[in-house]
Design a protein around this ligand. Structure first.
Ligand SMILES: Cc1cc2nc3c(=O)[nH]c(=O)nc-3n(C[C@H](O)[C@H](O)[C@H](O)COP(=O)(O)O)c2cc1C
Length: 383
């Protein structure tokens, strides 16, 4: 007899709800609730940071160290948080970050997330490592858009494959399926291997595409250096190559230094995501929010800059915009909400975040995104 899967509290995993539960008032509430709905190992995989979790914690501390200076009595009668980014309409400055294997959180996985994203006018980046195919995700987005009369940008997050022909195949599939931009993630091609996926969860886009894995063999000649994983890891040459392969806007995700940001722009990137991958790859890495001002200065006022890692509150979104981001992404919160209540949960999570953002803008006296400036902040970031 196989025993029922247990959650991180050593209780049987609870089935997802088909309604929004009472008592959820913010994203942190979804996280608390989600623990009951996710199998223990999957939960550890989602929540973990690299090594000691220093960067994971620092991502939050860096946001919390910034204080706001409210500005009373602004005229909010024409207030709006819309913008055009890379020629695409963003109804509000938040997108769903690419998050792999969403079936770990809910049987409908990415299909539920993308429906929620369309319902809430929120852009979404579908991961190369999604547990539904990129075609099925695009189809779910398009049906939801037609049904609801609402739409939002749908972008494809690309991981370079060991064989460039397979990378090209992914790009062509994404273009055919109607994705409107490519997000090339550069910070996670070399990281500790993740945990073995449970039955029924796979990288649906990569069927028949071989992957390099780091060897755990103590006696092998090479650990990382000297292995195919290191030899074939993406480099700046791949950015030049990618630029020639697609006409879609090309966004580089996982940049934390002004030099790298400038280089990406020089080689043809249309936008950059300032990110440390939610603290999952290099422990000790800086928090994106603390380096954002340097990157904005390096790239100039017009270059599209997005940010993620640690965004949990409307005021975090505000702080990121004040320091130079055009928009932000949320990663783990979509898994939390998905685990609790599937599509409804993700839609509700986005609604809560948007409400918090609008409230904070009202308090801060900003009726438009352009009015949000560093003058609204009191910086006390710890050194
Ligand atoms: C479980 C998990 C899976 C992820 N998978 C991907 C991925 O496939 N591709 C990618 O570019 N980033 C991936 N990320 C990183 C997110 O896109 C994003 O950078 C990060 O989650 C932001 O931090 P946050 O979780 O604090 O919001 C993943 C993050 C998590 C937590």
């Amino acid at each position: 007899m196989t025993s029922a899967p247990t959650n991180c509290l050593d209780q049987p995993v609870q089935a997802p709800l088909s309604r929004i539960p009472a008592g959820i008032a913010c994203l942190a509430d979804y996280r608390l609730r989600a623990q009951y709905h996710v199998e223990a190992q999957a939960w550890a995989h989602m929540e973990s940071g690299a090594d000691q979790g220093l960067t994971l914690a620092h991502n939050r501390a860096a946001f919390d160290g910034i204080r706001l200076r409210p500005q009373p009595l602004a005229d909010l009668s024409q207030a709006s948080i819309r913008q055009t980014l890379l020629g695409q309409l963003l109804e509000w400055p938040v997108m769903l970050a690419p998050v792999a294997y969403q079936r770990l959180a809910h049987p409908e996985g990415e299909l539920a997330s993308v429906r929620a994203a369309m319902a809430m006018h929120t852009g979404m980046m579908a991961s190369t490592l999604s547990s539904h195919t990129l075609e099925d995700i695009a189809q779910a987005a398009s049906s939801a858009s037609q049904e609801l009369g609402r739409t939002a940008p749908l972008w494809f997050q690309l991981y370079s494959q060991p064989d460039p022909a397979h990378t090209l195949e992914l790009i062509e599939r994404a273009e055919r399926a109607g994705y409107q931009a490519l997000v090339w993630t550069i910070d996670a091609s070399i990281k500790r291997s993740s945990y073995p996926l449970p039955a029924g969860v796979e990288a649906a886009n990569l069927r028949n595409m071989p992957q390099h894995r780091q060897s755990g063999d103590l006696m092998s000649e090479h650990i990382l250096f000297g292995t195919p994983l290191a030899a074939q890891a993406p480099s700046w040459k791949d950015l030049q190559w990618l630029r020639q392969q697609t006409r879609l806007p090309l966004i580089v995700k996982g940049i934390l230094s002004p030099d790298a940001a400038r280089k990406a722009a020089d080689l043809g990137a249309d936008a950059v995501v300032v990110s440390n991958h939610g603290g999952r790859v290099l422990d000790g890495a800086v928090a994106p929010i603390e380096v954002l001002p340097e990157l904005r200065t390096a790239l100039g006022p017009q270059f599209p800059l997005l940010l993620d890692s640690g965004v949990r509150l409307g005021t975090d979104v505000f702080k990121a915009l004040a320091l130079g981001a055009n928009a932000v992404l949320v990663g783990r919160p979509q898994l939390h909400a998905l685990a609790v209540a599937g599509m409804l949960g993700v839609a509700h999570m986005l609604h809560l975040l948007r409400a918090e953002l609008e409230l904070s803008m009202a308090q801060m006296g900003c009726a438009t995104l352009e009015q949000i400036t560093p003058d609204h902040l009191h910086l006390t970031l710890s050194k």
